[in-house]
Ligand binder design. Structure first.
Ligand SMILES: [Zn+2]
Length: 134
């Protein structure tokens, strides 16, 4: 079906695999933003946060946690960002659920946080009321 990550998960496509088990595989991003930038996926294809089972989200997060510990000792990473994008509008480019683990280093100059902008005119109360069904 042409999914790049399914190709890696099945072993048909090469990747720098840093962890694999029956359900989860982790490999280095081919276009890294930092040393050790890793993608963690389920072997089974899910599109995004809306269709992946809760247990799988937890397994992927647990592998991210283990790899963070490994990268702290092996790569000397000082901090980590974990990120997941769901949907084109969120910047998801491969439509196979994946979590980014981005090791951070002192003075690495990366700015990964979304820009906060007080001028966006977002009504927090309105959003809250809708979320709470009021
Ligand atoms: Zn896939």
């Amino acid at each position: 079906m042409g999914c790049v990550f399914c190709g890696i998960a099945s072993g048909k496509s090469a990747a720098y695999v840093v962890h694999e088990d029956e359900e989860v595989i982790a490999f280095l991003d081919s276009n890294p933003v930092s040393r050790g930038h890793t993608l963690i996926i389920s072997r089974k294809h899910y599109d995004n946060i809306l269709d992946i089972p809760e247990e799988m989200v937890m397994k992927i997060a647990a592998r991210a946690r283990e790899l963070a510990s490994l990268y702290r000792s092996r790569l000397g990473a000082d901090g980590f960002n974990t990120m997941q994008s769901s949907g084109k509008e969120a910047g998801q480019s491969v439509m196979h659920y994946h979590m980014h683990l981005v090791p951070r280093y002192k003075d690495d100059g990366l700015s990964l946080w979304l820009h906060r902008n007080a001028d966006k005119g977002i009504d927090i109360q309105e959003a809250f009321d809708r979320i709470r069904g009021r």
